[in-house]
Write a new protein. Structure first.
Length: 189
């Protein structure tokens, strides 16, 4: 969570009557626009840090709630899926509803795992490094192809940098506020 503090009393004294009247609207607009900039920056940074397989996810997976005139002056940006917390802070990811996490070897193996979910030729076996997922190809006792492994937990390094992105965008607060105040005065009723 971020707190942005300014000497608003000093700023309000230097404003005209019209600007003073529109000041609360400009504040709400500034907080919302800052959150929007953070959301867009995170959406743009995700493909640089992760291989995003579903392009639509990068657009819909980062959510934002706008600030409101009534109530606390706050806006939120968050990730839709629960597992992103581990990518932000680092740590161990554990399965939520089963005993193991499926860890594919690469993108080709991930597609094969999806395609062969209910296939009798796909099975789990114990390998040298633990449990593995194998697929039998060909007829009879054909060749075995390694699709992935099963892990009880997977360690993640701190990779997302959500807070760093937020810190970078917070530097734009003054500029965004000026534009918001000008817009509020311009659209005054």
């Amino acid at each position: 969570m971020f707190r942005v503090e300014h000497d608003l009393d000093k700023l309000q004294r230097s404003l005209t009557a019209m600007e003073r009247k529109q000041f609360p609207f400009a504040q709400v607009l500034t907080v919302t626009r800052l959150a929007s900039v953070q959301q867009q920056t995170i959406r743009n940074d995700l493909p640089k840090k992760f291989r995003i397989r579903r392009k639509a996810w990068a657009r819909t997976g980062v959510l934002m709630r706008k600030a409101e005139k009534k109530g606390p002056l706050e806006s939120f940006v968050w990730m839709r899926d629960w597992y992103w917390q581990t990518h932000e802070t680092g740590g161990t990811r554990k399965p939520r509803s089963s005993r193991f996490l499926t860890v594919p070897l690469n993108e080709k193996m991930r597609r094969a795992l999806k395609r062969t979910k209910n296939d009798a030729r796909v099975f789990i076996a114990r390998g040298k490094k633990g449990l593995v997922i194998l697929e039998r190809s060909g007829k009879g006792r054909g060749k075995l192809r390694l699709l992935g492994g099963l892990e009880k937990a997977v360690d993640h390094k701190e990779k997302l940098g959500f807070m760093d992105t937020a810190n970078r965008t917070m530097k734009q607060t003054t500029n965004i506020f000026r534009k918001s105040l000008a817009f509020a005065v311009k659209t005054n009723k």
